[in-house]
Design a protein around this ligand. Structure first.
Ligand code: BV8
Length: 241
């Protein structure tokens, strides 16, 4: 990777750093991405599995898919990219991690504070009471699972067509507006509102660095678009600091 002198300078003067991650950061851990070769949406239709209508129509089918994904993710470990981002939390006094991922690998890597835009696959929510609880059972002993109140539980995940929780998206907007540097890692930058965050950061004069194995709609907007694996490029950036 050829790091430009502007990238080095941006880090030298940066006070607030925000990182936005997508499925690509977890690809090297073995978590399937959504789009592109081998992506989940190549084999499954989002409308059948990741919408409130799909859940209403067939909660068992939706839960079977999430149970399968939980079993895939459970034994996986954070990779070098996650580890660098975890160290960034200690390194920068004003640091925010925004993730679209639901796999929980940033927490496993050691990040303590993060904005999980699309929820978390290890949490369930009671349809009646709205109560959110951790649930690490994989495979699930009962599909679909039920709350102690007798109501159906759903994955605590934001599906297509659902609004992100107000506080969550407001925090993400603020971290995008206020940062000096935004590093955008492993996202195809097509799912809204997450895809608008780097644009907001640029509009507020942040230095936006994209890391991806291929070009995305963000590549022409970012100050630097670094093509390669997150697990290779993030350690190189860390060595510069
Ligand atoms: C909302 C479920 C208001 C969780 C997910 C038109 C019609 C209808 C709707 C819309 C529309 N236009 C916009 C919308 C709204 C919609 C949307 O954006 N749709 C898009 C697809 C057009 N958004 C919503 O519905 C959101 N809510 O807007 O509310 C509203 C309400 C009603 C109606 C309209 C609006 C809610 C979005 C929630 C999405 N939930 N899935 C789950 O089960 O997992 S989205 C899914 O995509 C995941 O959550 C994921 O996080 C997200 C983003 O994907 P990426 O992370 O970017 O992953 P992807 O596979 O795409 O890319 C991976 C990248 O990594 C690639 O670029 C690859 O090159 C790179 N890579 C691979 N390996 C590496 C790497 N890079 C670096 N290193 C590597 N080693």
């Amino acid at each position: 990777m050829n790091c430009s002198s502007s990238l080095k300078n941006a880090f030298l003067s940066a006070k607030k750093v925000t990182v936005l991650t997508g499925a690509g950061i977890s690809a090297e851990s073995g978590v399937p991405t959504f789009r592109g070769e081998g992506g989940l949406w190549r084999n499954f239709r989002a409308e059948d599995l990741a919408t409130p209508d799909a859940f209403e129509k067939d909660p068992k089918l939706v839960w079977e898919w999430y149970d399968w994904r939980r079993q895939v993710i459970k034994p996986l470990k954070p990779n070098r990219g996650h580890e660098v981002i975890a160290r960034f939390e200690d390194r920068f006094s004003d640091f925010t991690l925004i993730t679209q991922n639901i796999d929980g690998l940033h927490k496993k890597a050691g990040n303590e504070k993060m904005i999980e835009l699309h929820g978390n696959i290890w949490k369930v929510r009671c349809l009646k009471e709205g109560k959110v609880e951790d649930n690490l059972e994989a495979p699930l002993s009962l599909i679909p699972p039920y709350c102690t109140c007798g109501s159906l539980l759903r994955p605590h995940i934001v599906w297509f067509g659902e609004s992100l929780p107000y506080d969550t998206i407001q925090q993400a907007y603020r971290a995008s507006e206020e940062c000096d540097i935004m590093i955008v890692v492993g996202t195809s930058a097509v799912v809204q509102p997450a895809a608008s965050l780097p644009i907001i950061a640029r509009q507020h004069d942040a230095y936006v660095i994209e890391i991806n194995t291929e070009e995305t709609p963000l590549s022409g907007i970012a100050n630097e678009s670094l093509i390669g694996k997150a697990g290779d490029i993030l350690p190189e950036i860390e060595r510069l600091l």
